[in-house]
Design a protein around this ligand. Structure first.
Ligand SMILES: [Zn+2]
Ligand SMILES: [Zn+2]
Length: 261
């Protein structure tokens, strides 16, 4: 028997007989495939991912040791505790700790790209609980007053129809009962960070954000939520805007994290 998934999601909730019959009927006229590996799916309630691919997603979970500040996974050959990475020793980031659920690779990157670029909004039902699991691994709900999603530029949001980070942040907000506030705006369009060097990334997102309602965030302990963290340049720029707006402290949580120390 397969081990029980350790992050229960919508996939693991009991399915009624009526729903199973309906799924069987749907599969007859409209068979569904896993969008990652193309295996046939048993149920239409699986958000388009087979159980094998989902198990692979869970196995991409980041485990310690990580950088105590930016959350970068570190290599170790024994039980090394979390410690600061070289980058954070040279320059501490403006945020008070960043954490992510898993590595941005293989199945997890595929799912995030489907959510972002292919309109599969329902994938938030799978990814939201991973964010919640990563949250409780490092923090408790009474450490935060507000959750703020990293915004898209209004033009990109219009084109896409939604902001995936906001959907994720809303899911987390419901699950941990910390209010959501869209108090950050992207004031200039930025290039996608993919393919830029570290210094180009920093320049690309410098002063890209502004706090829209400083009175709402003044003195607040904020959790900034995004889908992916790569170099941390976007998170640092957004955190700086919130701190400039009067936030007391900003921490960062993302579903996935690129890179390994
Ligand atoms: Zn699959
Ligand atoms: Zn670090």
């Amino acid at each position: 028997m397969a081990p029980k998934p350790y992050f229960p999601t919508i996939r693991d909730s009991p399915v009624s007989l009526g729903r199973r019959l309906f799924d069987g009927f749907l599969n007859l006229i409209y068979p569904e495939e896993c969008f990652v590996c193309s295996a046939a799916l048993a149920g239409h309630q699986d958000c388009g991912i087979c159980s094998r691919c989902w198990d692979n997603v869970l196995s991409l979970k980041i485990t310690p040791p990580r950088c105590t500040s930016c959350g970068l996974p570190m290599q170790s050959f024994d039980d090394t505790p979390d410690h600061l990475c070289g980058n954070c020793i040279l320059q501490m980031p403006p945020y008070a700790g960043a954490r992510s659920f898993g590595y941005y690779t293989a199945e997890l990157s595929k799912i995030i790209q489907e959510l972002k670029f292919r309109g599969r909004r329902n994938l938030v039902r799978l990814l939201g609980p991973l964010l919640t699991a990563a949250f409780f691994e490092s923090w408790s709900r009474d450490e935060f007053d507000l959750i703020v999603p990293v915004p898209l530029h209004p033009k990109r949001r219009r084109d896409r129809g939604y902001n995936q980070s906001e959907l994720l942040a809303r899911s987390l907000s419901r699950q941990i009962a910390v209010p959501l506030g869209r108090f950050l705006v992207r004031v200039r369009p930025t290039l996608p960070q993919v393919g830029l060097t570290d210094s180009e990334r920093k320049e690309n997102v410098r002063k890209a954000f502004r706090c829209s309602r400083p009175q709402q965030i003044s003195g607040k302990r904020i959790l900034l939520v995004d889908d992916v963290m790569t170099t941390g340049a976007t998170a640092a720029s957004a955190a700086r805007a919130l701190l400039d707006g009067g936030a007391l402290r900003v921490s960062v949580l993302t579903v996935a994290r690129a890179g390994k120390g």
